[in-house]
Design a protein around this ligand. Structure first.
Ligand code: ATR
Length: 296
């Protein structure tokens, strides 16, 4: 059966959204949105929609969202977050700045808006899990300069971090990111070589890993924490496993730790609230449900 017909059949005349990607089977978004639908007794549905990485396939998706009254929008994962942008009616300024869309909202007038909720999810999980951390009290180090790092760097700069240290294996990517997000108020984004990642931890208030290192199936993140202040928070956006080697080591030396699951859950709030009209929050029960779905 064609995936659109399958989704419509599953949605059974209810308002719906879903995760769009290629592949899309591994996505945990149905578990996290399904939890909220059930928790708030909403007569709605959140499914999966495999869409090939071709412009024509994305055009078909947009046409489907437009013509289907019950379609409220979607989330987008790899490889569509950039290519979808020119096909939408409006891009939220935050998503335009990051250069990627992970949430599409269909407004009541039918207009399709692209948003990026990764920075929001990142900051909310930080706020909940390290409530005493203040952005303006010292430097922050970010490892990695990929798609996730773009959203995180933009958010940290907006939050008022006085000095951001960017460390990436490919230095040129970090330089491009630094140039794109350096604010014009004299604050700095300093790029350091990957070989200097341990020294870059000196005096920071927060360490963020946005690389794929430490993820299940990927090489470990080899990082000496000797220079990291014991008062610094350590945030690993990897969530398979939940307790990465980085977090285990940091926790062992007394650092406040934040795993990647909070960011995943909180970023979902933007879409859910717009699609189904209900304000939601992240709970221990939802964390447990999604973690068990992930097998972590
Ligand atoms: P995402 O969208 O999740 O950020 P990505 O754009 O593929 O994913 O970025 C992955 C990040 O992990 C990049 O910063 C990448 O470094 P490069 O820019 O040098 O590719 C980093 N990364 C991946 N494998 C790595 C490795 N073996 N050593 C160091 N960094 C690595």
């Amino acid at each position: 059966m064609n995936p659109y017909d399958k989704l419509l059949e599953e949605a059974r005349d209810r308002p719906f959204a879903g995760i769009v990607g290629w592949p899309v089977e591994h996505s945990r978004s149905p578990a996290l949105h399904g939890f909220w639908l059930k928790q708030h007794k909403i007569d709605g549905y959140y499914g999966r929609l495999p869409v090939e990485p071709r412009r024509a396939a994305l055009e078909e998706l947009v046409a489907f969202l437009r013509r289907t009254p019950n379609a409220r929008g979607c989330n987008l994962t790899l490889p569509h977050k950039i290519e979808i942008m020119p096909l939408l009616d409006r891009i939220h300024p935050g998503a335009a700045r990051i250069g990627a869309v992970n949430t599409v909202i269909k407004h009541p007038d039918g207009l399709l808006e692209g948003r990026n909720s990764d920075g929001f999810g990142f900051m909310e999980a930080l706020r909940y899990n390290a409530p005493h951390w203040r952005p303006n009290t010292g430097p922050v180090v970010v490892l990695g300069a990929g798609g996730a790092a773009r959203a995180i760097v933009a958010t940290l700069v907006d939050a008022g971090v006085p000095e951001l240290r960017l460390v990436n294996r490919t230095k040129s990517t970090a330089i491009d990111l630094g140039v794109a997000f350096t604010p014009d108020d004299g604050r700095q984004i300093v790029v350091d070589r990957w070989e200097r990642r341990a020294q870059a931890l000196e005096g920071v208030t927060l360490l963020v890993n946005t690389t794929s290192l430490g993820m299940r199936g990927q090489p470990p993140l080899d990082l000496d924490l000797a220079h990291l202040p014991h008062t610094a928070a350590v945030y690993d956006i990897v969530y398979t496993p939940l307790e990465t080697a980085l977090l285990a080591t940091a926790r062992g030396r007394g650092n406040r730790c934040i795993d990647g699951l909070g960011m995943l859950l909180h970023q979902g709030r933007i879409g859910f609230e717009a699609w189904f009209g209900v304000k939601v929050d992240v709970s221990v029960e939802q964390r447990r449900a999604v973690a068990s779905d992930l097998g972590v």
